[in-house]
Structures are given as structure tokens and as C-alpha cells.
Design a protein around this ligand. Structure first.
Ligand SMILES: [Zn+2]
Length: 144
């Protein structure tokens, strides 16, 4: 059975309990890593300036702590392996539904009913939905 490594555990420790619950169930079924749960003011500004994120600080679900969004990567890493991202998303979304946790997957955005069109950059992304409501119960992550 796969288990989380040190980096994943560290990222997961900053996540909302709902996200922890889902991840800890999902790892029993498929190996994946938890990356980038929170992005502080400096990191978000850098991501915005380099085009990695379209959001300014405070406008991304990643800017809050506890984190209300996390990015999950199937292991082993292969950006082109869309099937692995989709398989992971199916597991994550099924568990969220079973637990009654409203969750949204980045791979479902802009897809116009066609999964092959979805933006690969969003495929690792999951967030509590609607994130702006959850953000009110978290704090802006100024450091980091
Ligand atoms: Zn993300």
C-alpha cells in the first residue's frame, strides 16, 4: 500500500481537515504526492509574475491557511499521462462525495464536456467548493 513521503506530509499538514481526510483515504488506493497546498504572498506574486498563476495574492484558493486547495500529482510523475490524473481525480472525487465534502477538480474547468480539452496545468488542482466561502473560515497566508 502506498504511503506519503515527508514532503507530502508536510504539505498536507497545512491543509484543511476535509482535504486531509480525503487524501488519507485516497493514498490507500493510488500512489500520489501532495504539492503546493499553500502559497504565501511572495510565492503567489512570483507565480503571477511568471505566468504560472493567473491570480494575484488573495485571489487564489492556495493563499489561505489551513489550505482549502491542494495540488496532487500521480506518482511516478508524468505530465503527459492524463489518464493517471483522471484516475486520481475519480478516486478523490468519489471519496469526497462519500464523505459529503463539496470538492471541485481543476481538470473539470474549461472542458466543454471533452476531457481531452482540459488544461493540463489545472489537472492536479482540487479545492473545497465554493472556495471563497471556505476562505472566510481560513486566514490569508502572508508568510512563505
Ligand atoms: Zn492548485
Amino acid at each position: 500500500m502506498p504511503i506519503f513521503g515527508v514532503a507530502s506530509l508536510k504539505n498536507l499538514s497545512k491543509c484543511h481537515p476535509n482535504l486531509k481526510l480525503i487524501a488519507n483515504e485516497a493514498i490507500k488506493e493510488m500512489d500520489f504526492r501532495v504539492l503546493d497546498s499553500t502559497r504565501g504572498r511572495d510565492a503567489q506574486t512570483r507565480a503571477f509574475q511568471t505566468g504560472k498563476s493567473k491570480a494575484k495574492f488573495g485571489q487564489s484558493a492556495h493563499n489561505y491557511v489551513p489550505a482549502i486547495a491542494f495540488d496532487l500529482f500521480p506518482f511516478p510523475y508524468d505530465w503527459k499521462d492524463r489518464k493517471a490524473f483522471t484516475r486520481l481525480a475519480e478516486i478523490i472525487m468519489r471519496i469526497a462525495k462519500e464523505k459529503g465534502i463539496p470538492l471541485r477538480w481543476g481538470g473539470d474547468w474549461n472542458m466543454d464536456g471533452d476531457k481531452t480539452k482540459s488544461d493540463a496545468w489545472d489537472m492536479p488542482h482540487f479545492e473545497l467548493h465554493p472556495w471563497r466561502d471556505w476562505a472566510k473560515k481560513s486566514k490569508l497566508y502572508e508568510d512563505g
